[in-house]
Design a protein around this ligand. Structure first.
Ligand code: ADP
Length: 585
């Protein structure tokens, strides 16, 4: 038996132990059995390699061969990624479905990037140019919305000796670079190991908001481009709707969506729904700037573990082109469960609730790949990769290990609340428990580029909501009527913030997206009412007269004011001032 081949000694579900794979390394890809199932070495002990197999292992048994590939689990990067739907190890689902039907034949191989599609490469560099890793060689119009940039692969440095316009598949040579070790042919495709972050020049601090058009997020718990966020919530609390809204409305140029559904049909929903979504700016299908990774139900849980790394590597590649990229993973709990299952089979010492002790570091190794960066390449382009992970803790319990490990590394927490969801308050993001560590950066940006006073507006509104929560306790004990009248006015203002600002219907065309300037005006409008009503109340105007003002109906509808008519907010403010002044005191 040669070094590149070993044999199976034990099979336990998706875990196969093989012997005789001399020289094999951690995270090397192997092919298992005569069927050549996909696997990855996840532990080496003595001469035994434990292999995580990404396909059903039925029929695999001791004595069957295991083949080394010599390569770490890697993805193909090049034109054709956009619009693709992949499984967790980057096999193109559409392609495989076409070839093999709904149930992918085990060991089935299909290149991640089509070798049939023809691309036209337009050079951006010329013969004689000195280039190094990350420099732009040229572009390919990949989809209606994405110009794909062909970059000098990592580790290649030298002088271009050939380059020119060319049309062909991804394997077509687009340039020749004369390096210290001889000429290197550059094609439109490169490979990268998924567990290794792609290099950048350096990380930059997050400064630009990742706007989402979702008022509770942008105003109260904002995200930045290159930031990290998590959305934990029990079943039915709106995680998927939040993720879809972000995919649609976030100011990111490229979307990578990793779906790890629990049940097969959840994933089918994503596969059906995503291609239907439209890009709001261009009206084109959202898929024109999206890569979808779907863990289908007929692949074992182990594949979920690989899928988040497959997704993030593809996302980093687009970031390296200088794009703003957002990756959504729904849900990372399924991924953690896969880790737990493999760890159990490896008989590792279990940590909290059976999760492996390295749960936290594995989760961190994923989120650490987010960031705002200066990309490799001499043109000093910047790119960003924002990560948003949904977490679905059993029973909605946020104290469980996956939520806790995630909270230790992410900077934004949008906590979904089943009580709010039950009351049909959507998005059901709990404003009392959620937080964002990017508030300061976003305030600064908004003050400089939009309107002055973001921080003050947000803090005042949040103060009112927090006071409402305290008063709620009291109201439950003694009833609303026992409250002093100024507290009752505050309760009114809080109700308006909740219903007229925070509540946002994702399925209403006019409400689904709100720009930052409009969010600011809407919230200020509500605060303006409060500011006018308070002194009036002190002067003897009755609370019921204030609550009964007609103009409040227009405030309630102000969220639907068109984006091109923001002056309407000034008119409404003026009407509030006049209406309050006209009340008898
Ligand atoms: P989860 O992924 O947490 O199980 P979903 O995202 O599927 O929950 O949301 C469950 C339901 O809640 C949706 O089908 C929808 O009816 C409602 N919902 C959630 N968010 C919103 C929203 N922003 N606007 C309107 N309805 C919403």
């Amino acid at each position: 038996m040669n070094n590149n081949q070993g044999e199976v000694v034990k099979v336990s579900g998706p875990l196969v132990v093989a012997r005789g794979l001399a020289g094999a390394r951690m995270y090397e890809m192997v092919r298992v059995g005569e069927m050549r199932l996909f696997g990855e070495i996840i532990e080496i002990r003595g001469g035994d390699c434990s292999i995580q197999v990404y396909e059903e292992t039925e029929g695999i048994g001791p004595g069957q061969p295991v083949f080394r590939t010599g390569e770490a689990l890697s993805v193909e990067l090049g034109p054709g990624l956009i619009r693709s739907i992949y499984d967790g190890v980057q096999r193109p689902l559409n392609d495989l479905n076409a070839k093999f039907g709904d149930f992918i034949v085990r060991g089935a191989e299909s290149p991640a990037l089509s070798r049939e599609t023809q691309w036209t490469f337009e050079p951006a560099a010329k013969t004689g140019d000195k280039v190094a890793s990350g420099d732009l060689l040229g572009t390919v119009q990949e989809s209606k919305l994405v110009v794909h940039k062909i970059m000098v692969p990592a580790g290649v440095e030298g002088k271009i000796t050939r380059i020119g316009p060319v049309t062909g598949n991804v394997d077509t040579r687009v340039a020749v670079i004369e390096t210290a070790n001889g000429p290197v042919d550059v094609t439109m495709v490169q490979r990268w190991p998924v567990r290794v972050g792609r290099p950048v020049k350096r990380k930059l601090p997050p400064t630009v908001p990742m706007t989402t058009g979702q008022r509770v997020i942008d105003m109260f718990f904002p995200m930045t481009q290159g930031g990290t966020a998590c959305v934990p919530g029990p079943f039915g609390s709106g995680k998927t709707v939040v993720q879809h809204q972000l995919a649609k409305w976030a100011n990111a140029q490229i979307i990578v969506y990793v779906g790890c559904g629990e049940r097969g049909n959840e994933m089918t929903d994503v596969l059906m729904e995503f291609p239907e979504l439209k890009d709001p700016d261009s009206g084109e299908p959202l898929m024109e700037r999206t890569v979808l990774i779907a863990n289908t139900s007929n692949m074992p849980v182990a594949a979920r573990e690989a899928s988040v790394f497959t997704g993030i590597t593809i996302a980093e590649y687009f970031r390296d082109m200088g794009y703003s990229v957002a990756l959504m993973a729904d849900s990372t709990s399924r991924w953690a469960e896969a880790m737990r299952e493999m760890s159990g089979r490896l008989e590792e010492m279990p940590g909290e609730e059976g999760y492996p002790a390295y749960l936290g570091s594995r989760i961190a190794s994923f989120y650490e790949r987010a960031g705002n960066v200066l990309c490799l390449g001499s043109d000093d382009r910047a790119g960003s990769l924002s990560l948003i992970g949904a977490v679905s803790p059993p029973g909605g319990d946020f104290s469980e290990p996956v939520v806790q490990a995630t909270l230790r590394v992410v900077k934004v927490f949008w906590g979904l609340d089943d009580k709010l969801a039950f009351a049909r308050h959507f998005p059901a993001i709990n404003w009392l428990t959620s937080y964002s560590l990017y508030q300061e950066a976003v305030d600064k940006y908004a003050n400089e580029h939009l309107d002055k006073g973001w921080q003050e507006t947000r803090q005042r509104a949040m103060g009112i909501l927090q006071r409402e929560a305290d008063l709620d306790e009291l109201v439950r004990l003694v009833g609303m009527d026992a409250l002093p009248v100024d507290d009752r006015l505050l309760m009114q203002a809080a109700k308006m913030i909740r219903e007229d600002f925070l509540h946002q219907n994702a399925f209403d065309d006019r409400d689904t997206y709100t720009s930052l300037p409009k969010q600011f005006r809407l919230l200020n409008l509500i605060l303006h009412f409060y500011d006018e009503a308070r002194p009036a109340l002190a002067q003897g105007v009755s609370l019921s007269a204030l609550q009964g003002l007609d103009v409040l109906e227009d405030v309630a509808r102000a969220k639907l004011i068109p984006e091109d008519n923001l002056n309407e907010f000034d008119r409404l403010k003026e009407r509030i001032t006049q209406a309050v002044a006209a009340l008898p005191r």
